[in-house]
Design a protein around this ligand. Structure first.
Ligand code: NAD
Ligand code: UDX
Length: 466
């Protein structure tokens, strides 16, 4: 059996960084080098302030960095030294060309693959870590084989990543499962076994699932589609709750107690965000269309459409409640990240809310404990609604505390479920707000009756207005 001694990971992002840091932490006998073309990102990985915020990540990285864990821009050197290479580059939704708006842009995967073929001087196991459409491994293999000499062999594995941001370290240390797909050939199975051995350093063997390549690739898209589908289902029910007097938390709890349904991923919200759900479902929609399965495509597309509807519905409720206009009103937006415990804002519902408030000429005061002002300006300055940072700055103020954000505002909107928003001194906040003072809880984290006793008018997703 091939024993893996040296790993290279191409892509030092939210997945490559934590995943390979944990491999280095759990496998001190393996040298792990994480490379990226982004020199600023690599410098941050080599500094005291890591480029991404994840609870527990600093300890893992600092424990192994410069021992058996290295961060580098020397892609060629790291690829050459490695026996196993993870390709963990970004696969965003295509913006232009065939499949624009749906298909995954595989340009980064292809460029990383060509890079491997160009420089490899010995045989390698190449592992798809990025989330890719079904049968991408075949394209990678074709590129590698067409660009390498006869005495070098490449075995391709699919090893999709299931970590969630905010809990990445825990998810990696104690995964529900690790999935490794391989071609069902003697060489493919040998490569699969070599990667199983790496994970077996800390993952119980019964949690390591081995499948064929295509099942593994599709399982990743399927898992994200199923998770997002639960959220869209519960969000669809939240609209019915608001119109009938039912309470979505009670409904979700009652349904989730059925062991066939289970309690997780049934929390209604202002809409799911993050870099994966929307992108991966659209990818699945595109795949279904390509396979001439329009009914299947329409089914999954509805999960994304419902998510857009949920965000729009929340904005409409806010405007309607604030006497049908928010022009020149001051709104505190608490939370900008797409979920708590991360500084990541990709596809965050807060961006949509904020852009809508700006369009209505409201003055928005934003606070998030982990998102930098530069990131917020960048997210809001995307062409389409307001075209530059200068213009955006006229509409928004970024504050360093929730209290400061709420000062002299007409309404507070909770967009991210940060724990600290549950324990704020709402009496103090109420005293400093314009009256009537409104709170719109888009995450169902606040005690509405307590707030009403203070004097707030409270509106919660999935509960009727009182
Ligand atoms: P990311 O954008 O944070 O990181 C990708 C990195 O790859 C970037 O730093 C980029 O500079 C680098 N890169 C691109 N092309 C390169 C090349 N040719 N050579 C060297 N470096 C290159 O992306 P991410 O969030 O880490 O996601 C990576 C993949 O993992 C995606 O396919 C994503 O769908 C999947 N995924 C993400 C998550 C998540 O929670 N973010 C979870 C599971 C799976
Ligand atoms: C997701 C998948 O969970 C993970 O397995 C995959 O590897 C990457 O995509 P992530 O996007 O990091 O992870 O976070 P997740 O916890 O899934 O949350 C995604 C979005 O759904 C967030 O905006 C979150 O707030 C929202 N959400 C989640 C809900 O609105 N309700 C829920 O019950 C759960």
């Amino acid at each position: 059996m091939t024993q893996v001694k040296n790993i290279c990971c191409i892509g030092a992002g939210y997945v490559g960084g934590p995943t390979c840091a944990v491999i280095a932490y759990k496998c001190p006998d393996i040298k792990v080098t994480i490379v990226d073309v982004n020199a600023t990102r690599i410098a941050a990985w080599n500094s005291e302030r890591l480029p991404i915020y994840e609870p527990g990540l600093d300890e893992i990285v600092f424990a192994r960095r410069n021992k058996n864990l290295f961060f580098s821009t020397e892609v060629e050197e790291a690829v050459n030294e490695a026996d196993l290479i993870f390709v963990s580059v970004n696969t965003p939704t295509k913006k232009t060309g065939v499949g624009a708006g749906y298909a995954a842009d595989l340009a980064y995967v292809e460029s990383a693959t060509r890079g491997i073929a160009d420089v490899a001087k010995s045989s390698k196991i190449v592992v798809e870590k990025s989330t890719v459409p079904c049968r991408t491994a075949e394209s990678m293999r074709t590129i590698l084989e067409a660009n390498s000499s006869d005495d070098i062999r490449f075995d391709i594995l699919s090893n999709p990543e299931f970590l969630a941001e905010g809990t990445a370290v825990n998810d990696l240390l104690y995964p529900d499962r690790v999935l490794i797909g391989a071609l069902q050939t003697p060489e493919g199975l040998k490569a699969q076994k070599a990667l199983v051995e790496v994970y077996a350093h800390w993952v119980p063997i019964e949690r390591i699932i081995t499948t064929n390549l295509w099942s593994s690739e599709l399982s990743k898209l399927a898992a994200n589609a199923l998770l997002a589908q639960r959220i869209s289902s519960v969000n669809a029910l939240s609209a019915i709750c608001e119109a009938t007097g039912a309470d979505i938390d009670e409904v979700a709890y009652a349904c989730g107690r059925d062991s066939r349904i289970g309690p997780k991923f049934l929390k209604a919200s202002v809409g799911f965000g993050g870099s994966c759900f929307q992108k991966d479902i659209l990818n699945l929609v595109y795949l279904s269309e390509q396979l001439n399965l329009p009914e299947v495509a329409a089914y999954w597309k509805q999960v994304v459409d419902l998510n857009e509807y949920q965000k729009k519905r929340f904005v409409s409720r806010i405007i309607k409640t604030l006497f049908n206009t928010i022009t020149n009103k001051r709104i505190a937006l608490l939370g900008f990240a797409f979920k708590k415990d991360t500084g990541d804002t990709r596809e965050s519902a807060a961006i949509t809310l904020c852009k809508n408030f700006i369009q209505e000429n409201a003055k928005v005061r934003i606070y998030d404990p982990k998102v930098s002002p530069e990131q917020i300006y960048m997210d809001l300055s995307e062409p389409g609604i307001v075209d530059n940072t200068k213009e955006v700055k006229k509409h928004i103020t970024i504050t360093s505390s929730a209290y400061e954000a709420a000062d002299n505002t007409d309404a507070i909107v909770i967009a991210t479920e940060w724990d600290e928003f549950k324990t704020l001194d709402y009496e103090k906040i109420y005293d400093r707000m314009n009256k009537p003072a409104f709170i719109f809880d888009g995450r169902l984290i606040l005690d509405a009756s307590k707030l009403r006793n203070i004097g707030f008018r409270v509106h919660t997703i999935g509960r009727p207005a009182i």
